[in-house]
Ligand binder design. Structure first.
Ligand SMILES: [Zn+2]
Length: 499
């Protein structure tokens, strides 16, 4: 079924989107949620398993304290209430990569509930309500082999790897977010970005969307102004920040075209396709009753000690939004300037460069200037450009010491990016140091005077501004390696004029 999609601006002028996000985060604990198996990514299939995470008869789970602690810290960072008493629940369903045929999760008694996360979109603060943060275990992974695409279609066999089964997984569910209008896709992306930064600052996960340690499902519905919210669809496993935005936009357009044609939206899960940027239907959405949840009988209830929770709260790190605001003040940047630092992904890089002894202005100049330009040209993330904050600080140190001028520093930086070594090594190896030794420069100055007698006469007669032409000639003769101020002083001295 292919229909022509309406224009986005026109759709959001007529319909009001409501979004909601469910994010799964694999915790970076050393061991799994209910057993002692290691959790590192990769590894030969089915080598990080034991009777508990394989669901063998007679095995009993024991909850991982570090995972509970991490979940409470996430809840606190998201301004949630922490349950004084709660239980795990069995979620019953069959999935070939889930060996027990049920998942230990949490149902009506989540560990953390009712919080919020503030995100900034276009300079406006949007408060995203957090419904719940709960703890569960991840499933294994099914590999479809023998086909061209790695999908089940066309595969000759399917293999199951249980290394991931039982890795602690935190699910963070937002409340429905109405009222964002045309900005709904940007708000969704801003939320996942901010959440990722919060999780990173807590150090609870490596939050790599491409490796699946941060996975996002996006709920979208449309309604006419003044009417009830529409039926929502859930777009599964959207695996990059950009895709979060695209998935919401694409689903808004698709639903509008269905509604415009007099159709109804089916409550279902949908799959987002990175290549085409659209979604296709998955399974029709189950409701909670389908899972026959009941309290997990093999685990004792969770009752986090109030003093422990208070201790965790007091030890929370400065959260990203406040941290950014503090940096902006320290660096003396306007909102607009800070925004360009954020857009360039340069906050941490500038921060580290400043920590290595450079002024904020100089650090910003290199990261947003030369290095950002290069990152754009090569389609590289700024952080992967090949220059480190320490190297940038070293480079600026050479400029400050008068050993490099701006032009030479840029040449040295090219060498750094190309992997030729440290700025000092490159400067020395390539002979790029500024020549400020007057003995070596005097000869070049004398040559320039001899070659330009007319200009020399002008300067002698008091037109000091004409010295610029001779300075230029000397700079050219020394391939830009002379110190311009030293050259100017020498020109005036040799012509017997007072600067
Ligand atoms: Zn295990």
């Amino acid at each position: 079924m292919t229909t022509t999609l309406p224009a986005y601006d026109e759709v959001v002028a007529r319909y009001e989107p409501v979004i909601g996000l469910e994010t799964h985060v694999e915790l970076g604990t050393n061991t799994k949620m209910f057993c002692g198996c290691p959790t590192d990514f990769g590894g030969e299939p089915n080598t990080r398993v034991c009777p508990v995470c394989l669901g063998l008869p007679g095995s009993l789970p024991v909850a991982n304290r570090a995972a509970i602690e991490a979940t409470i810290r996430i809840g606190l960072a998201l301004n949630c209430s922490i349950a004084q008493w709660c239980r795990f629940a069995r979620k019953n369903y069959f999935y070939p990569d889930m060996p027990k045929d049920f998942q230990i999760s949490q149902y009506d008694e989540p560990l953390c509930s009712d919080g919020y996360l503030d995100v900034e979109v276009d300079g406006e603060l949007v408060r995203i309500g957090i419904e719940r943060v709960h703890l569960e275990e991840d499933t294994g992974k099914t590999l479809h082999v023998g086909g061209a695409t790695g999908r089940i279609h066309g595969a000759t066999e399917s293999l199951v790897d249980y290394n991931r089964a039982g890795i602690p997984l935190v699910e963070i569910v937002t409340k429905p977010v109405p009222g964002t209008g045309a900005l709904a896709p940007e708000v969704a992306k801003a939320y996942v970005t901010e959440l990722r930064d919060v999780l990173r600052s807590l150090g609870v996960s490596d939050v790599r969307m491409e490796e699946g340690s941060l996975r996002c499902d996006v709920n979208t519905s449309l309604n006419l102004p003044g009417q009830e919210w529409g039926t929502r669809t859930e777009t599964k496993n959207v695996n990059s920040l950009r895709s979060v935005e695209r998935a919401v936009r694409s689903e808004i357009l698709r639903q509008a075209s269905v509604l415009d044609a007099g159709g109804r939206i089916t409550q279902e899960t949908r799959h987002f396709h990175e290549d085409t940027g659209d979604t296709t239907p998955g399974r029709s959405k189950e409701t909670a009753t389908d899972y026959r949840y009941f309290p997990e009988p093999d685990l004792v209830p969770l009752a986090p000690d109030t003093a422990w929770v208070a201790e965790l709260k007091a030890a929370l790190p400065e959260l990203p939004r406040l941290h950014r605001r503090r940096l902006q003040e320290q660096w003396g940047l306007s909102d607009l300037d800070m925004q360009s630092v954020l857009n360039a992904g340069a906050v941490e890089l500038i921060e580290a460069t400043v920590a290595a002894g450079t002024t904020p202005a100089a650090a910003r100049k290199w990261w947003l200037g030369e290095l950002s330009r290069r990152a754009n040209e090569t389609g590289t993330e700024l952080a992967d450009i090949g220059a480190t904050p320490a190297q940038v600080a070293e480079l600026q140190g050479l400029v400050d010491a008068g050993k490099l001028n701006d032009k030479l520093a840029r040449t040295v930086l090219e060498g750094v990016v190309a992997g030729e070594g440290s700025p000092t090594e490159i400067m020395t190896n390539r002979g790029l140091e500024v020549v400020s030794d007057t003995g070596a420069l005097t000869a070049a100055v004398d040559e320039a005077i001899a070659a330009n007698p007319g200009i020399a006469d002008k300067i002698r007669s008091g037109k000091v501004a004409a010295a610029g032409a001779l300075v230029g000639a000397v700079m050219k003769a020394t391939r830009g390696q002379a110190d311009a101020k030293t050259v100017r002083d020498l020109v005036l001295e040799r012509l017997g004029v007072q600067g």
